[in-house]
Design a protein around this ligand. Structure first.
Ligand SMILES: *Cc1c(COP(=O)(O)O)cnc(C)c1O
Length: 425
């Protein structure tokens, strides 16, 4: 495949945009080479500026669960646009999407819409701190909760008590309130609570991790976190920006039967427009301004175009009783096919839950950030570029999950498996 025009566009982009991209994950830093500039997309396929076509496994990092340019969403946005794109006043549609979301997700009474997953998580911990009147939070090494200061804390050694910022610009003062734990290690969290008695406001977690590749929780892990939080009067925050409306209508709370105190959304909830949200029981949400003292706001929050897209997306997912079964079956089919063609060729481990899947080029099980690091190696780079050249577009990093879309056909999946069979490691 030729990427002439993409390469030329990248040269121009780098002159006026840092690194040529508006989000670092889009640069091909982890795999080498030049990012591909996409011109358009439909269903399961992306078309780039050079006229190449790809089967897409990124799907905008999750939102396009029903495929690109999904017609009901596109039409709703077009119709809304004609009626004005932003008012800065309440609109009826905001209540409708809120009612729908509350009806789909267990254990929430109220929801506040924001513009991104970052905003959702940032606001969720402010609310948790305001509600509990405590400062510290526990996050897990390798989990991503957006780019706000409190979350940009590196994984020091497994039991590090105080976080170390891993981005310049995050102050020590902020970092010290973020405690790090290892994913799938509840004892580690228990130790942090012992060492910081009555100081921890919340534990925030991706209930199925997706930002260090796909890492499902071990049996009993989420239950243990629920118990530890309840015992210590801290809040359990599920960051369901990836898992929300993807694993099930009710997200990971529904799949695992665990009640979180605050739930964060993004990605699917916006149907491809910039939307995030956080939700909880009324008792917690009533601490939020204007009902309560915890401040949170947004000029474009609940924007009519974004709400129209999100509403159509949630409605489509809510009305399709088979959607999550179909996604699960397609992803399981892909997993089986990949296993067959990679067997004996290269060391690998596949993690999957529902329509989230990762192929790790690691010998041993991958269950936390340390074990995920083993898969960041030349095998992945070879795999990525070979798939790209065969028209299969996966995320350009071994730390990313593949997201399947319902627009994928079994023929697409077979083509993908064939492309994988052709990779020469
Ligand atoms: C993508 C993501 C975020 C951040 O959302 P943005 O919309 O990119 O700000 C937060 N948490 C998780 C789990 C995510 O996957």
């Amino acid at each position: 495949m030729e990427y002439k025009r993409s390469s030329a566009l990248f040269v121009e982009a780098q002159k006026v945009i840092p690194g040529g991209v508006n989000s670092p994950v889009r640069a091909f830093k982890g795999v080498g080479g030049t990012p591909i500039f996409i011109k358009e997309a439909k269903g399961a396929y992306l078309s780039d500026e050079d006229g190449n076509q790809f089967i897409d496994y990124i799907n905008s990092w999750g939102p396009m669960i029903l495929g690109h340019a999904y017609e009901p969403v596109v039409n709703a946005v077009i119709e809304k646009t004609k009626k004005g794109t932003s008012f800065g006043t309440p609109t009826a549609l905001e209540t409708e999407i809120a009612q729908l979301a509350v009806s789909m997700v267990p254990n929430i009474d109220m929801i506040r819409f924001v513009n991104s997953g970052t905003e959702a998580c940032m606001s969720a911990i402010r609310l948790a701190r305001g509600y509990t009147k405590r400062d510290k939070i526990v996050k897990f090494s390798g989990c991503y909760h957006g780019h706000s200061d409190s979350f940009l804390i590196a994984a020091g050694s497994g039991l590090s008590t105080f976080g170390v910022p891993n981005s310049p610009g995050v102050t020590q003062g902020t970092a010290k309130d973020t405690l790090l734990a290892q994913y799938n290690d509840a004892d580690n969290v228990r130790d942090l609570f012992e060492a910081n008695k009555d100081e921890i406001a919340a534990v925030i977690i991706e209930p199925v991790a997706g930002n260090m590749g796909c890492i499902p929780p071990k049996d009993g892990f989420l239950e243990a976190l629920r118990q530890i939080c309840t015992e210590n009067k801290a809040l359990l925050i599920f960051d369901e920006v990836m898992t929300g409306f993807r694993l099930a209508k009710g997200g990971a709370q529904e799949v695992f039967g665990i009640k979180a105190d605050i739930v964060c959304f993004g990605k699917v909830i916006g149907g491809g427009l910039p939307v995030g949200a956080f939700a909880a029981r009324e008792e917690i949400m009533s601490h939020l301004a204007p009902l309560g003292p915890v401040y949170q706001a947004g000029t474009l929050s609940g924007n009519p175009l974004a709400m129209a897209a999100g509403y159509e997306m949630l409605k489509a997912l809510n009305n399709d009783l088979e959607i999550y079964t179909r996604l699960e079956e397609k992803t399981a089919y892909l997993e089986k096919g990949i296993k067959e063609v990679l067997k004996g060729k290269v060391p690998f481990t596949i993690n999957r839950l529902g329509s989230m899947i990762s192929v790790f080029f690691a010998e041993n099980p991958v269950y936390d950030f340390e074990t995920a690091k083993a898969a960041d190696n030349p095998y992945f780079k070879t795999f990525f570029h070979s798939l790209l050249n065969h028209g299969v577009y996966i995320a350009p990093s071994s730390y990313e999950t593949w997201f399947l879309t319902d627009a994928l056909t079994y023929e697409d999946l077979d083509k993908t498996i064939e492309a994988i069979a052709k990779v020469e490691f």
